[in-house]
Design a protein around this ligand. Sequence first.
Ligand code: GDP
Ligand code: GDP
Length: 471
Amino acid sequence: MTEVDGTWSDESEFTALDVAVDGEQADGEAELAQPVLAVVGRPNVGKSTLVNRILGRREAVVQDVPGVTRDRVAYDALWGGRRFTLVDTGGWEPGATGLQAAVASQAELAMAAADAVLLVVDASVGATTTDEAVAKVLRRSKRPVLLAANKVDDERLLADTAALWNLGLGEPHPVSALHGRSSGDLLDAIISALPEAPREGEPSMGPRRVALVGKPNVGKSSLLNKLSGEQRAVVDSVAGTTVDPVDSLVEVDGQTWRFVDTAGLRKRVQTASGTEYYASLRTKTAIDAAEVVVVLLDASEPVSEQDLRVLTMVVEAGRALVLAMNKWDLVDEERRYQLDRELDRGLVRVPWAEKVNISALTGRSVRKLAPALRTSLASWDQRVPTGQLNGWLSDLIAATPPPVRSGKQPKVLFATQAGIRPPTLVLFTTGFLEAGYRRFIERKFRERFGFEGSPVRINVRVREKKPRKAK
Ligand code: GDP
Ligand code: GDP
């Protein structure tokens, strides 16, 4: 994603599985489901108070000491049914010398990272030289900029508000963050300035969609038969409902599931037409149609390249994953030992997968499949609130900062979980984060928040400190 003003590098897509993402980058729009508003201004003008007012709770920490670094910076806000991420830039104050430089660089970062910027000015003081310097920076912004004239606690101060037109940022919105006066009007203005967020994928209607995939003869049809045979199953057609004929509705463990693209499995046509190309195309189709994928491995045989290719397809597609070690009835102690070795090596890239050992032939442990599917889907649907995410992340980064690259220490400004299905984090940074460090963040993120059975994507939005090209 290239920004108009050329100050961004492209967004680097990243998953724990370091697969080559051939031109199939997740598109930037979907990633930023929730627009970002950054609040900037001098210390003590009331930014934190206003953030609290907008959030409707005392979550951000108001400091009595001006310029004290806050450790939590981003929150989920909701107004008029619209969700957005609210960023308090108070925590960004860098080593820049002098207040003016500090606030100006804060504004630069805000413009780069956010979809809209809110400049807060203390109307009871009027525009200071620092406010003017920041306004000058913000007038260059390609994104909408709103001006809040704070501390307008009563009517008499409205005249002071009008004087702020001079900042050249359009209409000043008078508010009293402390008393709440006119904050609704300001929020209305904010909402209309923010880009429309794409509607979040509706919780899927009807049965959750499952794909059974794996190399030929791994036991896919046997498993489907076992699942639909054992339970009093509803297969292929249900009176009064429309069922895509390639899918099977099967009740497992008290829940109806839609096993997608099972026509080939049921008819057992396979082999003849099953050149590897068509088999792989079929696998891809099934994965794309599913929400959660069961990858079957033949536990009695060495884990093969073909198995790993299927796993890669699932991760690339961003689907929840359950690994079913099938033919467990054929596994003796020696094979089991070997298999552990193979899995250690083969699955390093998907340590988070849900795993079950089953036998589709004997039915052994097949009942463990449904709970595994439920766990993976719950992770796939999970969202960490922005405030919680940033509280955790700032602690992590304080303890283990990103490695210095060409003399610069990249700063992670804030993060949001921009999406679910699959869970997708976006980190807003001032520099490139190495793959190793992103993996570290993912590992710690999983330790803290779980997400078993689901891939987690971590995208980095870098605002590079490139000098601006002269126009
Ligand atoms: P920040 O440094 O910009 O985040 O400012 P704070 O939110 O910490 O506020 C600085 C001081 O201004 C605090 O003592 C607040 O209580 C006070 N303050 C904030 N908003 C208002 C307001 O609308 N009216 C008045 N009178 N005081 C305010
Ligand atoms: P598909 O090609 O993946 O659909 O595999 P099938 O379900 O057709 O199974 C291929 C062969 O493996 C058949 O002979 C099955 O009976 C056998 N098979 C499937 N599951 C198991 C299992 O759990 N244990 C054993 N021993 N054989 C199995």
